[in-house]
Design a protein around this ligand. Sequence first.
Ligand code: ADP
Ligand code: MG
Length: 684
Amino acid sequence: MADLNTPVRYVKGIGEKKALALGKLGVFSLYDLVSYFPRKYEDRSVYKPIALAQDGESVCLRALVADTPRLSRVRRGLELVKLRIVDESGMAELTYFNQPYVKDNLHRGESYVFFGKMEVHGSRRSMVNPIYEREGQEGGVTGRIVPIYRLCAGLSQRTLMQAVRQGLEACAGLVPEVLPESLRQRCQLVQARYAYENIHFPADFGALELARRRLIFEELFVLACALGRMRSSRVRENGLPVAAPDPEEFYASLPFRPTNAQRRAVADALADMGSGQLMNRLVQGDVGSGKTLVAAALIWAVWKSGLGSAFMAPTEILAEQHFATLSGMLSPLGLRVGRLTGAMPAKEKREVKAALKSGELDLVIGTHALLSADVEYARLGLVVTDEQHRFGVNQRSALAGKGARPHVLVMSATPIPRTLALIIYGDLDVSVIDELPPGRQKVDTFAVNESYRQRLNNFIRRLTGEGRQVFVVCPMVEDNEELPQKLKSAQEHAKELAETFPELRVACVHGKMKAKDKDAVMAAFAAGETDILVATTVIEVGVDVPNAALMIVENAERFGLSQLHQLRGRVGRGSHKSYCVLVSDAEGEDVRARLSILCKSSDGFRISEEDLRLRGPGDFFGSRQHGLPETHIADLGADTQVLQRAKQEADALLAADPELKAPEHAALRERVEKLFQAGQDSFN
Ligand code: ADP
Ligand code: MG
């Protein structure tokens, strides 16, 4: 058996050039090649007599070439080859466009298999550009289910297919079996060899399904094993022990009582940090659930043990806001709080860095500037990152690497369906804040179309008349000629609103602005100096403007439900009754259905589950924000049941053989280690 790590260029039939092209698809080794699964399949397995093929039907025909193919040049750049084929049932005319060589490949009186789409006009039957080959040809592309691969320049379906076939042959069908026999039996999964062959060249659809099921399971199982091992290796890491003080002392200083969920999250984290082991905890809570308070309590506790904390926010404006909130809570208790952002004057930055180095600050709040190589921390005990999905996982670990192994708390408002959180954060401990602070009002949500524009404008007038402020979110920054649909651009819409409401102050903020200008506009809005803020989704995350009581989202169909839920979370943060209006002229049941979920529910978890169900996992996983390695065949969103089963089996296996040392786990161990290597910088 060939070594699966063999570079593809040593596989028979793959030269330097093809190897380079394959590299662009991420295929470097023999293993990569046989794991390069088809994107979809074309069913070329149905044979029909010519006379029985229906109009529009894609079929294989076994037929004889009835006359000598004729080549004609219609004009420059248009050459046609025409011929007729017959079988015992009837006749069909074939036309090939700009493939003059067909004339010499098809011979009168000889028999071939043709695959194409039949067109029927009265008694005339014809096909355009059908695929043809001799029947029974080895490596044939007709008479079977044919794989369709994702391609790149320099590769055709046919070459890729041949390469895979060569690859499978090179492993002599002996792809290592990573699933233990007993597990395969228990879960009724086919053997590796069968699966790899049939995923590429399925004997029939039944075989394809069996292959898929096995490979999805395999992929998730390996992933679950990798995460399981990662977690157990982490648990053994020592962390600075933080003597847990009684948090009541801190709670007593607050203007409100923490919710039970907040208390639980704090207690979880205190137990982690007091254990002598390193904390790696995710606090997940819907928008407005009060995650900042949890962070503050922990920063306070760490300070009580004589250690400092760093708090990292994804944007300057959020860093500023957290600085205000946290120093408001913590300075009165004696903590020295500083901030460090990219926009600060150089001199100020230098001073803060010096203070951090000498240990004169107990808490620093900032953006990714906290990660700069020249920032040193005297005694960093805790690192908090807010809205972690906005940070690359790398950045997070860079910060975590700054002190003598600080404890790590990540906070996320992206509700991830529970089934998934289990796997994705399999390497983190998770606290869920599943309760909102009391007295929170539900944000009344409406989905409307353009015909409501007048009423919506009146509503804006009424609310602003009462002194409230309004967010308007548009899907784009500026007008874009290229997009066929009429989408609202933030700039245009801001102009329109300014004309509609001459008495109101309208501002616009979007991602293309300089950070400084953006922050200035946001700050003015937060200070109540503008009435309407038109924005792109730059405001999605965390900014607190309690006086804002109306969120309008234009072209709401363009947003994911979870994203809309985040946007809606920008209002209803104060004591005023708040509203969210989703404007969409998009027709279609699915859009209506999606938006109506939002109108009915304010539970971020439920919404994300529905979103997942309706849209698939693209929203969660498209950006790879979760930091997991890319899956080849499994769909982390859709295959959740398999995922759960795979995790169960992985946990059981790791409990029996934590290091995968048993000889029968050697292949599995190798795969898990490979995944570790590949994921070293992408996994946390
Ligand atoms: P998020 O989880 O979205 O980051 P925040 O931490 O910004 O939420 O909190 C949202 C708002 O709720 C803040 O204005 C905060 O002061 C307030 N808040 C937090 N906890 C409580 C509580 N237990 N009781 C009342 N208000 C609270
Ligand atoms: Mg927050």
